[in-house]
Ligand binder design. Sequence first.
Ligand code: T4K
Length: 389
Amino acid sequence: MKQIKTKDDLAINGARPAFEQALHVGRPNIGERETFLNYANEILDRGWFSNNGPCVQELESQLSKHLQVKHCIAMSNGTIALEIAIRALGLNGEVIVPSYTFIATAHALQWQQITPVFADINPETHTLDPDAVRQMITPRTTGIIGVHLWGRPCDVEELQNIADENGLELMFDAAHAFSCSHQGQMIGNFGRCEVFSFHATKFFNTFEGGMVATNDDELAKQIRLMKNFGFAGADNVIYPGTNGKMNEMSAAMGLTGLSSLDKFLTHNQKNYQYYQKGIDSIVGLSLIKYDLKEKNNYQYIVIEVQDEFPISRDELIDILQAENILARKYFWPGCHNMEPYKSLQPHAELLLMNTKLVADRVAVLPTGGAVSDITINIILRILNFLSCK
Ligand code: T4K
């Protein structure tokens, strides 16, 4: 194990890195290989690879049970699930979203000629600040998309109040919040619908994949039409739909993952607690907290680098990356600072002070099944060393 006693021991100064192989923030969680291979063999034998196959149907049914939600509609990825949900809700004009999110939240609107209007976040929760949302409503606003960032639920009730008072649709980007709850109810049950990502790097993955969850029968019917070209039956197209279908291998990965979900969660939670013990005693670093009364997936280890820390967040990331610890500055610099929004809305940042504050100080550290407590111990020792610089 590499010793770090002086700054010359840091890889950024030419020393050997702490890890020989890159340590990624989100290595995939893989369930029992044998289970997946059995599903894969069945799929090959059956010769039924897509178009609402038996694995997709079984996955949707298990997901509905897990989230206690009426309809779970599996898709090829989270972004297309967002695009379809947005279209099925009939959103147009302007839709209020946070800028502090993955770019897909904004792009899913812009892709359909809907203007994402960026509202500021609460710096404590990193999710939409309801007062900021109120400020951004105009006569062109048709909806609000809250993002349960890091798996921590938005202020769901207050956003629902705002939507109701102003006749707006409310949906959620729950890409990070699979298997999380809010006030004892599983995420998936709020707003008109909620959208999940099952990308490789997520707590629960289907290689690539996503889903819309809703308790609204009519909306579910519409979404099912849209993700399958608008087919209402053989040779009967009644809507200009797209192709958002999940394939059978992805669904098989999902079924495999679901049967190991408790194992993934236990591992993530242990990692979180291990990081927490170390980071709590480091002045100038804070680890975001999860509400212990709720279900959490502990998918992200998110730290904030405060002014008291001797080096900046960017210097910290550079030092860690040199050690082969590929920490990330999600979701810097905020969607409003990326194209096309940067050019289309050059003054957006004036109302996004908290977004800037948070985006400038967050770093995400590696966790997941591939990261052990020994690895975390090494990362903590580096952080400790840097705190005394
Ligand atoms: N809404 C929100 C709030 C989201 O966060 C996302 C996706 C979406 C919507 C859209 O859902 P999807 O359409 O993606 O289903 C990654 C993911 O690609 C993206 O899914 C995710 N959010 C975002 C937060 O992170 P990058 O650009 O950071 O990906 P990349 O390739 O750098 O991978 C991240 C880490 O994982 C790296 O350290 C490498 C490692 N990795 C990656 C892959 C693909 C692996 O170890 N194995 C792999 O197979 O975006």
